[in-house]
Design a protein around this ligand. Structure first.
Ligand code: GDP
Length: 366
C-alpha cells in the first residue's frame, strides 16, 4: 500500500511552508522508514500514540516502529488553477495524489507579509481555493458523464445508475458544495471513488492564527461557521504555525520552558496529525515481540486478514486466525506471560473486525 499522504494547500502567504517546516522538524529520520518517499516537499511524521511508547517500555524490544503519514507541501495555487493558470495543472495533479488535505487559511495579521492579490479574509480565501477544486471536479465529472451517457443509451444499466449519480454530484458542485457531502451507498461509492475527486477528499481546515488568536478569535469562529455541519469528513483546527516552527528551532531542553512562558499547549502538531489520521478513517493495531514493537495503520472496519496483509501479503492469503488481546487488557495484565496465564488472549477468525489498539499475533498457512 502506498503511504498515506496529506497535502498542504491554501492561498499564497498563508503559512503553508511554515507549517510544513514545523512538521519536518519532527519528521522521522528517513533511514528508519525505507518505505517512505524521499522528496524535499514531503515530510514523514509519526502518528503520535502514547500506547506504542508504553508497549516499548513494557517489553522492551530491539526496534520500535510507529505508523507514519506523509505531509506534502503543495505550492502553486492561484485563482484560475482549474483553467491551468499559474502552476494549475501540476498543482491539481499533486492535490489529486493526496489522500486528505490540510487546507491552511490565514487568520494572522502582519504588516510585513503581504496577502495574495485576491486574498481578503480567511473565509473568502477558503472559498476561492475550494471553488478551484470544485471546478476541476466538475470537469472530471463532465468528462465521465459523457462516456457513461453514451453507454446508458445503449442499454447498460450500471452506466445509467452512474449517470444519475454523476448528475447529483455535478448539481452539488454547481451549488458550490464539495462532493464529499454527497451521501452515497456502497455501489455508488465504488463508482465515484475511481474519479478521485478533489472535493471528495477529507479535509482539515488549519486556521493559522496569531499568538493571541490561540485563545479563540473572530476569524476562527467565522471559518468554523462556514465549515460547520458540512460533513463528518471536514474539521477545523487553529494553530500558530510560526510559533510551532519557532519552538522546534529551539534546542529540545529549552522548548518546554518557552512554551510554558507563552502559556502554549504542547501537542498542537500532534493533534493536527491525529485529526488527519482520524478523518481518513484510519486507526492502529500493534504487533509486539522482543525484536520489534510496531504500530500499523488499517482502515476502521477492516477484517483481520486485511490487517494481516499489512504485515505480510502472504499473511492475508494464508490467514488462519489471529491471537488477540486489546492494549488495555495487555497493560492491565502487565506482561504477555501474565496475559496468557490469565487466559486474556483469544482467537479471532477472518470475520473479526480489528479494533483500534488491538495487539495481534497472526497465524497463517505457508
Ligand atoms: P505560504 O506561501 O503559504 O507557504 O506561506 P509561508 O509559510 O511562506 O508564510 C508566509 C509568511 O508569513 C512568512 O514570512 C511567514 O514567516 C509568515 N507567517 C506564517 N505564519 C505566521 C503566523 O502565524 N504569524 C505571523 N505573523 N506570520 C506568519
Amino acid at each position: 500500500m502506498a503511504n498515506i499522504s496529506i497535502g498542504i494547500i491554501g492561498m499564497p502567504n498563508v503559512g503553508k511552508s511554515t507549517l510544513f517546516r514545523a512538521l519536518t522538524a519532527i519528521a522521522v529520520p528517513a533511514e528508519n522508514y525505507p518505505f517512505c518517499t524521499i522528496d524535499p516537499n514531503v515530510g514523514v511524521v509519526e502518528v503520535p500514540d502514547a500506547r506504542l511508547d508504553r508497549l516499548v517500555d513494557m517489553l522492551p524490544p530491539r526496534h520500535r516502529v510507529a505508523p507514519v503519514v506523509e505531509f506534502v507541501d503543495i505550492a502553486g495555487l492561484v485563482q484560475g488553477a482549474s483553467r491551468g493558470e499559474g502552476l494549475g495543472n501540476k498543482f491539481l495533479q499533486h492535490v489529486r495524489e493526496a489522500d486528505a488535505l490540510a487546507h491552511v487559511v490565514r487568520a494572522f495579521e502582519s504588516e510585513e507579509v503581504a496577502r495574495a492579490a485576491s486574498s481578503v479574509d480567511p473565509v473568502e480565501d477558503l472559498e476561492i481555493v475550494d471553488t478551484e477544486l470544485a471546478l476541476a471536479d466538475l470537469e472530471v465529472v463532465g468528462r465521465r458523464s459523457e462516456k457513461v451517457t453514451r453507454e446508458a443509451r445503449s442499454g447498460n444499466k450500471a452506466a445509467a445508475r452512474e449517470e444519475a449519480l454523476l448528475e447529483r454530484v455535478a448539481a452539488r458542485l454547481d451549488r458550490g458544495e464539495p462532493a464529499r457531502r454527497e451521501d452515497v451507498d456502497d455501489d455508488e461509492g465504488a463508482m465515484i471513488r475511481p474519479l478521485n475527486l478533489l472535493t471528495g477528499k477529507p479535509v482539515l481546515y488549519v486556521i493559522n492564527v496569531d499568538e493571541d488568536g490561540l485563545e479563540g478569535s473572530s476569524d476562527e469562529a467565522r471559518v468554523r461557521a462556514a465549515v460547520a455541519g458540512q460533513d463528518p469528513r471536514a474539521e477545523c483546527l487553529a494553530i500558530c504555525a510560526e510559533l510551532e516552527a519557532e519552538i522546534l528551532d529551539l534546542p529540545v531542553e529549552e522548548r518546554e520552558e518557552y512554551m510554558a512562558a507563552l502559556n502554549l499547549d504542547a501537542g498542537t502538531l500532534d493533534r493536527l496529525i491525529q485529526v488527519g489520521y482520524r478523518l481518513l478513517g484510519l486507526h492502529s493495531f500493534f504487533t509486539i515481540g522482543d525484536e520489534e514493537v510496531r504500530g500499523w495503520t488499517v482502515r476502521v472496519g477492516a477484517f483481520a486478514p486485511e490487517a494481516a496483509g499489512k504485515v505480510h501479503t502472504d499473511f492475508e492469503r494464508g490467514f488462519i486466525r489471529a491471537e488477540t488481546i486489546h492494549y488495555d487488557d495487555f497493560v492491565r495484565a502487565g506482561s504477555l506471560k501474565d496475559a496468557r496465564e490469565r487466559g486474556l488472549l483469544r482467537f479471532e477468525g477472518k470475520d473479526y473486525v480489528v479494533q483500534d489498539g488491538d495487539i495481534l499475533f497472526f497465524r497463517a498457512a505457508p
